[in-house]
Design a protein around this ligand. Sequence first.
Ligand code: LIP
Length: 269
Amino acid sequence: MSLADDLLELAVATAREAGRMLVDKRPADGPDIVQTKSSPTDVVTQMDRAAEQLIVERIRAARPDDAFLGEEGGDQGGGSGVRWVIDPIDGTVNYLYDLPDWAVSIAAEVDGTAVAGVVDIPRRGEAYTAVRGAGALRHTASGTRELRVNSRVPLDEALVATGFGYASGRRARQARVLTGVLPNVRDIRRAGSCCVDLCSLAAGRVDAYYERGVQAWDIAAGGLIVREAGGRVEGLHGAAPGPELTIAAGPGTFEALHDLLAPLDPLGD
Ligand code: LIP
């Protein structure tokens, strides 16, 4: 087995355990909000913290010299050249409301490049995985399927996923950009979890995705899964994807969505 395969195996087992814990231990009347971040709607629950702690403990027990970047725990150094990029719950508001579209996202980078990633979506009974250069897969109780993004979907037939930030000014700008997108596409979907959106794109359940404000931990595993399913994941004008803007779609659709978004001035707040 290659290093990437080893890292994926650890990521999959850890994400599955964290996902099960999040389902089993979710308080019936909803998790407690322990902190708000960029705005009162940007919440951290006690379960986000517990899941990230579990993930870091499990990985550290197996690989004590690795580094971590986590949504709740920040950056922690390590000397092995491997860094784990973790979102313990992507789609925290869905988790808070007991909606099913939330996921545990874990990616492993070697010298700064994502080589393995898993997005575990417990309430859907699905896990998505990818190893760099070896394709992307969806695993369910009924088996494993190789993933391929939809390509060359004309924009007016494209189902486009997107999301909104938590700060009010950011949202007002995103709403203005949306008025330029919505009349030109089949429809919009706002599922509430960036990494679930990226997996839906890899599986052909949506045709494209864009969002301003997503962080490294939101896109590390899902971005690898989309690329390994044949899609592009970038920012504007060839920039790296990230908080400024992330656009993802199959060949042909990517370029059309990029060119629709660029003049809409999507980078402001
Ligand atoms: C969320 C994303 C969602 C996005 C939100 C937020 P969180 O992550 O996955 O798609 O629209 O702005 O970033 O906060 O649930 O980890």
